[in-house]
Design a protein around this ligand. Structure first.
Ligand SMILES: Nc1nc2c(c(=O)[nH]1)N[C@H]1C(S)=C(S)[C@@H](COP(=O)(O)O)O[C@H]1N2
Ligand SMILES: [Mo]
Length: 406
């Protein structure tokens, strides 16, 4: 859903502008000739985003990142994909922002300002991999409804904040605690203020992990508005939908949280594999938890021309949900043989890992480079799209790029 380019001609016909810019030499334009920009679709991204990102939808914003723009070890804010289910708040008063902690397992609900969070709890910083459960959806067949993500709904920025665990311990929770759910301050597309956009969460075991944060900074600065300013729950390694933006309430439930997009087929896959196109009853759908092993080639990019017989570096990142990736291999012969890559340790638990290797292509022609990561249980990325599911989640097929030799 791209916006049309915007052409205006002043009444006098003196200035012609395209997308807000004057058209130089507009006097020379033959009458009736359409500008190319008028004929093609022009992307209209939020101004703080890198112009190379790909717009999937502008209401709500859904924008993905091409693999070569994810080359940094720590993803800069202008390259982070955006996945909004509703409309982000337009203005935020961070001074008066309150975080409420309540729910069946909280005998004495409490509320905190951001200043109180900062003053009363120790700050931690972790680099965390956040991948949308629907990343890779575009490859499923029969296709699944929803944003047609290719490979770009993943990033690993650095988050700073307080531990959810420290907060819950300070508030005091009962033994009947089962699940933590979040509520954010975005608004429903319908405009109905009584409707919750999305309210997901994680079980207590994930909530109490060291790396699960109530964050107030991303890469050492205030969180960008689109990514949850001023507060965000972040649970790395799990579908990013568990990491609630514009966080204003945490509920500690005595049952599995049943907020918006926790039930039915949302962020769930069939508990047992099904034939493509099957109808699956809700009771046979299971909540997605730790994300599967996956990797991305961030250099070179598809279309690169490399010198025949001259080695060049291939590199990228790999991640495996709650686990650490144990190996990454690449293939230049469509998976017939694989070479092992150098793989770095993560910056901390739940951060993606960098890998690289040298590749030589010795014949003129077209090649593909495929990357395949393996987790410590021996599970590898499949070479073709795995387990079809109704909503198109968890496609962790090998990433492939095309290169030519010259
Ligand atoms: N409040 C709120 N939190 C949210 C969402 C949302 O729409 N509203 N989208 C979720 C989903 S589905 C994803 S994939 C991530 C996207 O995070 P990002 O926009 O920082 O990339 O945010 C999650 N948290
Ligand atoms: Mo998502």
């Amino acid at each position: 859903m791209k916006r049309r380019a915007f052409l205006t001609k002043s009444v006098a016909g003196a200035t012609t502008t395209m997308c807000g810019l004057p058209v130089v030499f507009s006097d020379n334009l033959p009458k009736g000739l359409q500008l190319i920009s008028e004929l093609s679709d022009v992307q209209d991204l939020p101004s703080d985003k890198h112009s190379g990102l790909t717009l999937l939808n502008d209401r709500p914003w859904n924008i993905e990142t091409p693999p070569h723009l994810l080359d940094d070890h720590i993803t800069p804010k202008d390259r982070i994909f955006i996945r909004n289910n509703g409309i982000a708040p337009e203005t935020v008063d961070s001074e008066h922002w309150e975080l409420i902690v309540e729910g069946e397992a909280v005998p004495n609900p409490k509320s905190f300002t951001i200043a109180q969070l900062k003053a009363n709890f120790r700050a931690y910083t972790y680099q965390l991999t956040l991948e949308c459960g629907g990343n890779g959806r575009s490859e499923f067949n029969p296709p699944a409804k929803g944003n047609q993500w290719t490979t770009g709904a993943v990033y690993a920025s650095q988050w700073t904040g307080v531990r959810l665990r420290d907060l819950l311990e300070a508030v005091g929770i009962n033994d009947n605690a089962v699940y933590v759910g979040y509520y954010g301050r975005d608004t429903h597309l319908s405009g109905d203020v009584n409707k919750t956009v999305i309210s997901r969460g994680v079980p207590m075991s994930k909530a109490m992990e060291d790396e699960t944060l109530i964050a107030y900074q991303l890469n050492g600065e205030d969180i960008p508005l689109m990514h949850g300013y001023p507060l965000r729950l972040v649970a790395g390694g799990w579908p990013a939908s568990a990491s609630g933006k514009w966080l204003h309430k945490i509920v500690v439930r005595d049952k599995v949280h049943d907020g918006s997009k926790m039930t039915g087929d949302a962020y769930r896959v069939p508990c047992e594999s099904v034939a493509p196109g099957s109808k699956v009853q809700d009771e046979n759908m299971c909540i997605i938890e730790s994300m599967p092993v996956k990797s991305l080639i961030t250099y070179p990019k598809t279309g690169a021309v490399v010198r025949q017989n001259q080695h060049f570096e291939v590199r990228g990142h790999a991640w495996a949900g709650d686990l650490e990736v144990s190996e990454v291999h690449v293939s230049i012969d469509f998976g017939a043989t694989w070479q092992k890559c150098k793989l770095d340790a993560p910056a901390n638990r739940l951060a993606w890992q960098h890998w690289k290797t040298e590749v030589t292509l010795d014949k003129p022609g077209y090649y593909e480079v495929w990357a395949r990561a393996t987790d410590p249980t021996g599970k590898m990325q499949p070479m073709i799209v795995p387990g079809w599911n109704p909503k198109g989640y968890l496609n962790n097929a090998c990433h492939r790029i095309a290169v030519k030799t010259s």
